[in-house]
Design a binder for this molecule. Structure first.
Ligand code: GZL
Ligand code: ZN
Length: 325
């Protein structure tokens, strides 16, 4: 289903053009002003995502207003409201959690400012509140992680009672990646009844969060066979905790993560992580392309899925030299 946005942005009245979208003064010279409300700077993925957005805006000649919400929803809502006040031409953001956006998105709609979702989705009944969502399929990412474990759990992972005990480091509570990566993983490991998630807790996508939660897991669980971390940063924190407990990450305890940022890929190539599911942060080019089309009133697909793959240690060693982030 394609959405057509009839952007009544420019009314030519007696040869003079009025910008009904309320584009800021800069827009009158035809350039686009974008307001972007970023989640924060919680992980290597997020940093690469911010760089991609800022570089792509520069390249496209789009005037970018940018804010960092330190992972707080109320800060993102404040930023979106300020972009509405500034009458930007288009608003884009990565919703830190899935719910609680309808009110501010209604305000953007009333102000006739199109909204583009990037990276994370919102759970709303009213899909007219945003023009499109550019980002990964997080359920599929979780499925890739779960399928790898089903295919690769071996005798060394099975403990005396025949179970493969998995501890899970969840992403930010209520965020689309945390909800959906959990779902995809569970759907796949259901195929093997010996694989069990014995502990699951949020590490909020940060390295420190992953380390602290993993320390607690190691205290309370005599036998951990596998760690499933919703991002590399929490997996890297878990590695620190595992080493401090005198165990070998990747050998005594298998580790599966998601993202494939440089630090994660380096640990993977060194055998401290066993498998990484890629989640591309390089959404900038697609975002700017969509923004130009939306402001020009052209059709855009209502969902743009980013292409991504998976990595084993050998593949990581090969890919590392040309990784951009
Ligand atoms: C996924 C993105 C997640 C990353 C984390 O698209 O929202 O947030 O996986 C980041 O590293 O913090
Ligand atoms: Zn959801």
């Amino acid at each position: 289903m394609k959405k057509t946005l009839i952007a009544l942005c420019t009314l030519a009245v007696g040869g003079m053009s009025l910008s009904a979208c309320g584009g800021s003064e800069a827009a009158d010279d035809g350039s686009i002003t974008m307001g972007f409300a970023q989640v924060g700077a919680e992980s290597g993925w997020r940093t690469a995502n911010t760089t991609s957005i800022q570089d792509s805006a520069e390249e496209a000649g789009i005037d970018l207003k940018f804010s960092d919400a330190q992972q707080k929803q109320e800060n993102q809502i404040k930023s979106i409201r300020s972009y509405i006040q500034q009458k930007v031409d288009v608003i884009a953001f990565s919703p830190v959690v899935e719910t609680g956006w309808d009110a501010v998105l209604q305000e953007a709609k009333r102000a006739k400012i199109p909204v583009v979702l990037t990276d994370r989705a919102v759970d709303t009944e009213d899909t007219s509140l945003y023009v499109t969502f550019i980002g990964s399929d997080f359920v599929e990412e979780g499925e890739k992680a779960g399928q790898w474990l089903v295919d690769n759990a071996d005798a060394s992972d099975v403990d005396k009672d025949g179970a493969v005990n998995v501890v899970e480091l969840q992403g930010t509570t209520g965020s689309a990646p945390a909800i959906d990566r959990k779902k995809g993983f569970e759907d796949k490991i259901a195929a093997d009844s010996t694989i069990k998630i014995t502990e699951s807790q949020t590490g909020d996508f940060t390295r420190d969060g992953g380390k602290q939660v993993m320390e607690a897991f190691l205290q309370s669980n005599p036998k951990i066979d596998v760690v499933y971390a919703h991002n590399d940063d929490m997996g890297l924190g878990a590695i620190e905790a595992i080493k401090a407990a005198g165990k070998k990450p990747g050998t005594d305890i298998k580790i599966i993560t998601v993202d494939a940022v440089k630090d994660g890929m380096t640990a993977l190539a060194a055998g401290e992580i066993n498998f990484i599911v890629e989640c591309s942060p390089l959404l900038g080019p697609q975002l700017m392309d969509v923004a130009e089309k939306v402001v020009a009133g052209e059709e855009v697909p209502d969902r743009i899925v980013t292409e991504e793959t998976t990595f084993t240690p050998e593949q990581a060693a090969e890919a590392l030299p040309d990784r951009k982030y």
